[in-house]
Design a protein around this ligand. Structure first.
Ligand code: MG
Length: 255
């Protein structure tokens, strides 16, 4: 009889537990202080001699569609690559562990929408599977566009808000310079060391060697799953705003 009662109580508790919602992991304050970065460079940053150039303004030869590994179908023109909505995320053919990365991105002038539906993309520092699996450094128009602070540009999505908001206006090129230390797993899959990331946004420090709690998730709590060297991925978010562009993407492996 006790077992029956226990089962009923358990069932009631499970029923009473509210389902996890996206809002549960949104943080809205404090808002990062606004910092005006130095003026944007007139030309794309050239890569150092030991860098692997992932996008030089001309071809997507280093990239494939994430979900089926077919050739990447985003639009290349005028020295930039622009998200082609509906074609899905793209990722590098090469796999990386620890690295330094440079990437330039531009929100189109005249962007419409608000919150997360305003120039949403993302840089996945390691792609661990199809879709949005991995660790996302958010890309978004955060120039006067209010959203949850751990989902604005410069955030490690739903884990770490940026230290400050260093956004440039839509239409201007912006830069991310990232130092990524991949998580380390034991042979049995246990986490030995979390991932760490440092991010400069338009030359301004916004993430200072922060530890990640696991892979990025939209709903629920981040957690780790074992993986090795991984591609770097860019997000086709699917929000209705005008898609964003990228140029000068290069990486220096540090391991
Ligand atoms: Mg995103």
């Amino acid at each position: 009889m006790d077992a029956v009662i226990a089962a009923v109580v358990t069932a009631l508790l499970v029923q009473a537990a509210p389902a996890a919602k996206p809002e549960d992991t949104e943080v809205w304050s404090p808002e990062p202080r606004v910092v005006t970065p130095a003026p944007a460079a007139a030309t794309p940053a050239a890569a150092p001699t030991d860098a692997v150039v992932l996008f030089d303004g001309r071809t997507l030869d280093e990239w494939v569609a994430t979900n089926d590994k077919s050739p990447a179908r985003w639009t290349v023109g005028e020295g930039a690559v622009t998200v082609r909505k509906g074609t899905g995320n793209i990722e590098t053919k090469r796999r990386f562990r620890n690295y330094q990365l440079h990437l330039e991105w531009r929100i189109p002038p005249g962007i419409a929408g608000e919150g997360q539906a305003r120039g949403n993309s993302g840089l996945f520092l390691a792609s661990t599977g199809n879709g949005d699996a991995g660790y996302e450094l958010q890309i978004l128009d955060s120039f006067g566009n209010k959203t949850y602070v751990n989902g604005q540009a410069g955030s490690i999505y739903k884990q770490h808000a940026p230290l400050v908001n260093a956004a440039r206006k839509p239409g201007m090129w912006q830069t991310y310079d990232v130092v990524w230390t991949a998580p380390v797993f034991a042979v049995d899959g246990a986490l030995k060391a979390p991932a760490y990331v440092t991010v400069l946004w338009n030359g301004v420090l916004v993430q200072d060697h922060v530890a990640l709690k696991g892979e990025t998730v939209y709903v629920g709590q981040p957690r780790y799953t074992t993986h090795g060297a991984s591609p770097i991925k860019l997000q086709d978010h699917g929000d209705p705003s005008t898609p964003i562009s990228f140029r000068s993407i290069w990486v220096r492996e540090t391991e």
